[in-house]
Design a protein around this ligand. Structure first.
Ligand SMILES: Cc1cc2nc3c(=O)[nH]c(=O)nc-3n(C[C@H](O)[C@H](O)[C@H](O)COP(=O)(O)O)c2cc1C
Length: 140
């Protein structure tokens, strides 16, 4: 049994309201916690980038479910590697809207890029690099 990190990007079919995002996060947190999947979802309208960490088969199953979700398209897996330790162990699903003022009070809101953890995991730098490219829209 090995732990994997998946990172994918996708394009939303519509602009998500705060309520829709909250709803998605609540459901995702519940389900991810039950599968011991952790991670982070970033939304920069219209783009998503999500990091999923957990047991390989469970992450793969969840990714396949997410991939078929009709609310987004162009789902591209850009990173898939076994990991020794998790970068988001505390988050069943952290969340960040790059335009963050509006929903900064949502539980799980993260300043991951601005405030790196005290003890970054080995792949922290790789994830920061991908997130920075995402933020600057150079991933697409
Ligand atoms: C961008 C995006 C990210 C998502 N992330 C998750 C997630 O981390 N966990 C989750 O359970 N569902 C997530 N979903 C929702 C799933 O696609 C799916 O609707 C959900 O898992 C419920 O599926 P089920 O009713 O078949 O169990 C996400 C959907 C989108 C559009």
């Amino acid at each position: 049994m090995s732990t994997y990190c998946y990172v994918y990007t996708s394009v939303s079919k519509h602009k998500w309201s705060d309520d829709e995002l909250k709803n998605l996060l609540n459901k995702s947190r519940h389900k991810n916690a039950s599968y011991n999947i952790s991670g982070m979802l970033h939304y920069l309208d219209p783009f998503f980038i999500q990091i999923l960490e957990g047991e390989e088969q469970l992450v793969n199953e969840l990714f396949n479910t997410i991939k078929q979700d009709p609310r987004h398209f162009k789902v591209s897996l850009i990173y898939k590697k076994p990991i020794e330790e998790r970068s988001f162990a505390d988050w069943s699903m952290g969340f960040n809207v790059v335009n963050k003022e509006k929903i900064a009070d949502i539980k799980g809101f993260s300043d991951f890029l601005e405030n790196p953890p005290a003890q970054p995991s080995p792949i922290h730098h790789e994830i920061v690099r991908l997130l920075t490219m995402f933020k600057n829209e150079t991933l697409f």
